[in-house]
Write a protein that binds this ligand. Structure first.
Ligand SMILES: CC(C)(COP(=O)(O)OP(=O)(O)OC[C@H]1O[C@@H](n2cnc3c(N)ncnc32)[C@H](O)[C@@H]1OP(=O)(O)O)[C@@H](O)C(=O)NCCC(=O)NCCS
Length: 201
C-alpha cells in the first residue's frame, strides 16, 4: 500500500487548530463513506454508490478524520498509465470550509505523483473549489472517453452540466504526449460507442 498515513494536518478553524488526519481508507470506512456520498446523491450533487461498488473501489479511497470521526473522502481512479480521475470527493456539511477538501485533494495529488502520473482530472459542479486547489477548467473532449463510462447511469446524463477540470503534474511529459495524453491504447472500439454528454444550453 502506498503511504498509509500521509498527513498530520493542522487546519485552522475559527482561530483554533484542529488535527485532521488524511489516510488511505479501509473496509471499516465503507459505511461512513456511503452515508456521506449517498447523502449528497439524494440531493442530486453526487452519483450514488453501493456497498458492492465501494468494496471493489476501496483501494482508490482516502479519508480525512478527526479524532477517529470521518469528515470527508476522495478517490483516485486510474484510467491509464498517465492519467487518473479524482472522484467521490465529499466533506460532511458540518466540516466544510475548514480546509478538509483541500487536504484530501493534496493527498490524492501526492498519491498520483507517487504513481508518476502526468495529470489528474475531475468532473464537478464546484469548479471554483478545484481552481482554488490548483486545477484549471478544460474542454470535456480533452479527457479520455473511458472517463464517461459512469455517465450512462447518471440521472443527468442527457442534461449534464458538470465541468471538466485538470491539474497537470508533469508539464513536459503531458505536452509531449498530446494529443492523446492517456495513451492510444485507451481508444478501443468500445470506447468509441460511449457518447460524450453535451452541456445543457
Ligand atoms: C467541494 C467540497 C469537497 C469542498 O470541501 P471543503 O472542505 O469545504 O473545501 P476547503 O475548505 O478545503 O476549501 C478550499 C478552498 O476552496 C474554496 N471553496 C470550497 N468550497 C467551495 C465552493 N463550493 N465554491 C467555491 N469555492 C469553494 C474555499 O473557500 C477554499 O478557498 P481558499 O483556501 O482559497 O480560501 C465540499 O464542499 C463538498 O463535499 N461538497 C459536496 C460534494 C461535492 O460537490 N463534491 C465534489 C464532487 S467532484
Amino acid at each position: 500500500m502506498i503511504s498509509s498515513v500521509r498527513a498530520d494536518a493542522f487546519v485552522p478553524s475559527g482561530g483554533k487548530s484542529v488535527r485532521v488526519e488524511v489516510r488511505k481508507a479501509t473496509m471499516r470506512d465503507i459505511a461512513p463513506i456511503l452515508r456521506l456520498i449517498n447523502g449528497y446523491a439524494a440531493r442530486g450533487i453526487m452519483l450514488a454508490r453501493t456497498e458492492f461498488e465501494m468494496s471493489e473501489a476501496i483501494r482508490d479511497f482516502s479519508v480525512a478524520t478527526l479524532d477517529g470521526e470521518l469528515l470527508g473522502c476522495g478517490a483516485l481512479h486510474f484510467y491509464s498509465p498517465t492519467i487518473a480521475e479524482i472522484r467521490s470527493l465529499a466533506v460532511y456539511e458540518h466540516a466544510k470550509t475548514h480546509g478538509v477538501g483541500r487536504k484530501l485533494v493534496e493527498a490524492l495529488v501526492v498519491e498520483a505523483e507517487q504513481y508518476e502520473l502526468h495529470a489528474v482530472f475531475a468532473f464537478t459542479y464546484v469548479d471554483e473549489f478545484f481552481r482554488r486547489v490548483g486545477f484549471e477548467v478544460v474542454e470535456r473532449g480533452a479527457l479520455p472517453l473511458k472517463a464517461w463510462k459512469d455517465c450512462v447511469r447518471c440521472p443527468k446524463f442527457q442534461q449534464c452540466d458538470e465541468i471538466a477540470v485538470l491539474r497537470i503534474l508533469r508539464p513536459d511529459d503531458w505536452a509531449d504526449a498530446q494529443p492523446h495524453p492517456w495513451g492510444a491504447a485507451m481508444i478501443t472500439p468500445t470506447d468509441e460507442l460511449i457518447q460524450i454528454p453535451t452541456p445543457r444550453t
